[in-house]
Design a protein around this ligand. Structure first.
Ligand code: G3P
Length: 217
């Protein structure tokens, strides 16, 4: 399973990238706001840092303008994935840009039918939002499972990018279901290493080691 980091914070991306944990990055207008950076500048820095796809989202709502924005964002670097919302204008943009050979991430997906449309429009990635479905008392994981089944039924090559991941259990469940990619905030990815028995076991080993009076270095 590929790990994308859902942030526009360069230091956090660099830290995880150095550990080999970053297969790509996703951003959105809210994350650009949070970074306080210029979208073109910060996206270029991320693309220079990371080898994999870097999603940069258009903000126009009409197809012609979305296509123009997408082409401009695509010029930042070869590893840009243009991110478009799951509207008819977004799907038209997806079809146009994917026909030009551009990676496209279709975002704000909340239903299996929307995911089918994205696949038919040539999306490289479909981004179903797990956490936001959980927020309204639906089960985001059911959506990931449904899309996995339908994409497999028809051999759609669009990758399922499980997004709006808020917990470590979202990561485990996405892996069990077979999402191709998860995108998660750096804090969630860092928590994946945590286990109280690891901490407890290490404490015992170190205490026993101290009693040996030995040194390795
Ligand atoms: O990349 C978009 C998505 O991951 C947003 O997550 O937590 O704002 O629903 P969230």
């Amino acid at each position: 399973m590929k790990f994308f980091v859902d942030t526009a914070e360069i230091a956090a991306i660099a830290e995880l990238n150095d550990l080999g944990m970053v297969d790509g990055v996703t951003t959105n207008p809210s994350l650009i706001l949070k970074s306080g950076r210029d979208i073109l500048e910060v996206t270029k820095e991320i693309c220079d840092l990371v080898d994999g796809p870097v999603s940069a989202e258009v903000v126009a709502t009409e197809a012609d303008d979305m296509i123009a924005e997408g082409r401009k964002l695509a010029k930042i670097a070869p590893n840009i994935a243009v991110k478009v919302p799951l509207t008819w204008a977004g799907l038209k943009t997806c079809k146009t840009l994917s026909d030009e050979g551009q990676m496209v991430n279709v975002t704000l997906c909340f239903s299996t039918n929307q995911a089918i449309l994205a696949a038919k429009a040539g999306a490289t990635f479909i981004s179903p939002f797990i956490g936001r479905l959980d927020d309204i008392n639906l089960d985001g994981m059911d959506l990931i499972a449904d899309i996995r089944q339908v994409y497999d039924n028809y051999g759609y090559e669009t990758e399922i990018l499980a997004a709006s991941i808020r917990t470590v259990n979202h990561v485990t469940d996405s892996a069990r279901i077979g999402a191709d990619v998860i995108t998660a905030p750096p804090g969630v990815i860092k928590k994946l290493a945590d286990h109280p028995l690891t901490d407890k076991g290490l404490e015992t080993f170190l205490a026993d080691w101290a009693k040996t009076g030995q040194k390795i270095l």
